[in-house]
Every structure is written in C-alpha cells, then in structure tokens.
Design a protein around this ligand. Structure first.
Ligand code: NAP
Length: 296
C-alpha cells in the first residue's frame, strides 16, 4: 500500500519504520526535516510538504495534539485539500472528540474517508510493533486498513463506526493509566517512608494481585524515579486528562479523579517538570511526604 505518514515523533518514527519493514511504500513528512532524513535512510520517500505526503492511498497522522493535527489537516495544502477522492486519513494521535467529529465531516464533504485509530503502548512498544490499536470508522474502511494496523500493532480493537468513539476510549485509558501512576506514587511514598524497599514492594505487587502491564511498566518507573528521557511527556499527560475532562463535561459525566490528576500535572509543570515522563507526578507524593520531588 502507498502510505503517507505525517508526524515522526517518538511514536510516529517507529510506526512509520514498521510500515516500511512490512513492505509498504511510505512517503514521510515531519515539521522538523531531520526526522524525515532519518526515515529516508530506512527507505521512506521524503516529503517536503504535507501536500506531498498526502498524495497516497492512505495518510496516517501521528502528531502531538489537536493544534498539530489541525495545522496539517486544514487550510491551503493541508490533508483535506490534498488527499485524492476516496482516499483515507487515519488519525492515530490522541485528540479531542470535537476534532475527530470535524475531521469526519470535512473528509466526507471532500469525498474522502476518515478513520480514528489511536494506540496504546509507549515508544518501546511502537518500535517492537506491539501497539494496541483502537479503531473506529466504516467497517469496509477498517477491513481495508487491516494491513496497516497489523504492521504497527499486536492487536486491533474495533469500537464501532463513529471515529470519535476510538478517541473516547483512548482518553479513558490514559485517564486510567494516570490514576494508576498517582496511586502507585502515593502507595510507594507510604511504604518507603516506613522503611520498605521500593523494588521489593514492586516485586510483591506485580507477583500477586497487580500482575498487569500497567503496574509493571509504571511501577518500574515510579520505583526507580527514571523520568528522563520522557517516553510520554508530562505535557502530554495533562493534555489527555484535559481531553477526558472535556469529554466528561460534554457528556455530563463527573470525573473527580481526573480533576485531581489535572492539578497534579499542573503542579508538575509549574515546578519545571513539563519535559519529564508523565510518571513523574508520582514523585509529588514523595515530595509531599518530605522526600525528594520530581525535579532534581
Ligand atoms: P512527540 O514525540 O512529541 O512528537 C510529536 C510530533 O508532532 C512531532 O512529529 C512534532 O513535530 C509534531 N508536531 C507538534 N506540533 C506540531 C505542529 N503545530 N505542526 C506540525 N507538527 C507538529 O509525541 P509522541 O510521543 O510521538 O506522541 C504522538 C501522539 O501519540 C500524541 O497524540 C500522544 O498523545 C500519542 N501517544 C503517545 C504515546 C507515548 O507513549 N509517547 C503513546 C500512545 C499515544 P516536530 O518533530 O517538528 O516537533
């Protein structure tokens, strides 16, 4: 398949490399050109503009946030203007329900197709093609895209025919992960201040009732305080909690824990930790208990 790939950050560069490895023809674009050059060395065709990358059967976007997706999708030489009739835009970024709705409508008006396919998994999982893809859109479009999803992930979950449903599921999942990070931080602060070794405590958790990837991955980061380099930056964590709160407001679903998490991320950003991994909110509990905070 000829795929245009837009957004070669921590996640996108690995996903695009896996599409190439699976034998797809990839034309790649990134705002900072040096990341395109790195992928071109692996066989991608470099694109100097969004419009150039959009001359494909499928264009995948994997960008930071709503503002980035809007910047490449709309306006002169954007994806909507440049994509051919009947071609597909697959949005894998974690974006708002409002933007997913806007993209669905804009592509339909232009005689094109739109699918939301955000992913679960950190950059290591993206590199190993082990992401979990959460996809929503027309059934025929999802069938056509199966080779794309198979190249980047280990399993695809279909959430129905309305693209925005996949975005809702993705933000709900990140809300759950952030809740686990916060509660792990609190529990870890408690036991370590009481003299228990963090590594031994984590071994107990993950060998018993908490034997799940989220506890293993984030428990390791919380216990070791390895917050740099960020696999997913705290600024992104704040974005995703905000997206969940926004969705909750729209659907009239109170999310009191998400409100608390929003304040935790704001505190981390306000104290110079925006660049740290989002798991660094866990160290706020240690700091509140008189120990070291997230920023060294
Ligand atoms: P990242 O490393 O920060 O990369 C962000 C990408 O967006 C870069 O290609 C960046 O271009 C581009 N970008 C940012 N603002 C832009 C703008 N205004 N116009 C055009 N391009 C812009 O982020 P990431 O970790 O790959 O995450 C990408 C998406 O996946 C996000 O929505 C994130 O929430 C989601 N996600 C992340 C993870 C994770 O663990 N990291 C896991 C699952 C989902 P430059 O290179 O020029 O800055």
């Amino acid at each position: 398949m000829h795929i245009g790939f837009i957004g070669l950050g921590n996640m996108g560069s690995a996903m695009a490399a896996n599409l190439l490895a699976a034998g797809h023809e990839v034309t790649a674009y990134n705002r900072s050109q040096h990341k395109v050059d790195a992928l071109a060395a692996k066989g991608a065709r470099p694109a100097r503009t969004v419009a150039e990358a959009s001359r494909a059967e499928v264009v995948v976007t994997m960008l930071a946030d709503d503002a980035a997706v809007e910047a490449v999708s709309f306006g002169a030489d954007g994806i909507v203007e440049s994509l051919g009739p009947d071609a597909l835009h697959v949005s894998s970024s974690t974006i708002s329900l409002a933007l997913a709705e806007r993209l669905t409508a804009a592509h339909a008006d232009a005689g094109q197709r739109f699918v939301s396919a955000p992913v679960f998994g950190r950059p290591e999982a993206a590199a190993a093609a082990k992401l979990f893809v959460v996809a929503a859109g027309a059934a025929d479009d999802l069938t056509e895209l199966a080779p794309v999803f198979e190249a980047v992930g280990q399993r695809t979950f279909v959430m129905g025919s309305e693209p925005k449903a996949a975005n809702l599921v993705k933000m709900s999942g990140n809300f759950l992960i952030a809740s686990v990070i916060e509660s792990l931080g609190e529990a870890m602060a408690l036991v370590t201040k009481g003299g228990v070794d963090a590594g031994e405590y984590l071994d107990l958790l993950t060998s018993t009732l908490f034997d799940a990837p989220v506890y293993r991955t984030y428990g390791g980061l919380v216990a070791s305080r390895e917050f740099e380099p960020a696999g997913f930056a705290a600024t992104g964590g704040l974005k995703d909690v905000r997206l969940a709160l926004e969705a909750g407001e729209g659907l009239q679903v109170p999310l009191p824990i998400a409100s608390l998490l929003r304040d935790r991320f704001l505190t981390l950003l306000a104290t110079g930790g925006g660049h740290l991994d989002w798991s660094a909110i866990s160290a706020l509990s240690a700091r509140d208990a008189g120990g070291p905070g997230p920023v060294a």
